[in-house]
Write a protein that binds this ligand. Structure first.
Ligand SMILES: [Cu+2]
Length: 149
């Protein structure tokens, strides 16, 4: 093997390694593997979050125009409340990308230990809320809930 060929092979390997760690690559592979966004079952259902327990989410009312409060209850594997996580919610309309996306907003912990996030539904149509759950700064779950208003 020539010196040139050797050098270009090393370059290719380094390039592939760099690519596999970049956020761009993570975005391109969303939908497979660890970073997958789970289409969550409906409100009131237990949804496993990795090996760390489960969540149950609900809304303060049937979604309609106006302020909607999303509530997420987090439980450990043995059914105890867990308030140690960080939950973010990004709401928007999939059919109107960029029009109403809120970006990741933090859920606030209530005194009862519920995670709460107000979502402003500004027009009728298809809406989606995407959850990101972090434990000790590490993302352990991503899920989405789509609904029509
Ligand atoms: Cu819209």
């Amino acid at each position: 093997m020539t010196r040139y060929k050797m050098a270009s092979m090393v370059f290719l390997v380094l390039f592939a390694l760099a690519l596999s760690n970049s956020p761009l690559w993570a975005g391109a592979t969303a939908g497979t593997g660890q970073g997958a966004i789970v289409a969550m079952p409906g409100p009131g259902k237990k949804i496993p979050i990795g090996n760390d327990g489960y969540i149950i989410y609900s809304f303060d009312k049937k979604p309609k125009i106006g302020m909607l409060i999303m509530k997420v209850e987090v439980y450990t594997r043995d059914g105890k409340r867990d308030t140690s996580l960080e939950i973010l919610g990004d709401a928007g309309m999939p059919s109107m990308k960029g029009a109403h996306e809120t970006g990741d907003q933090p859920f606030r912990l209530s005194r009862k230990g519920d995670y709460l996030l107000p979502v402003n539904i500004v027009m009728p149509g298809d809406w989606e809320i995407r959850l990101t759950i972090r434990k000790d700064g590490r993302v352990i779950f991503r899920g989405s809930h789509g609904f029509d208003v």
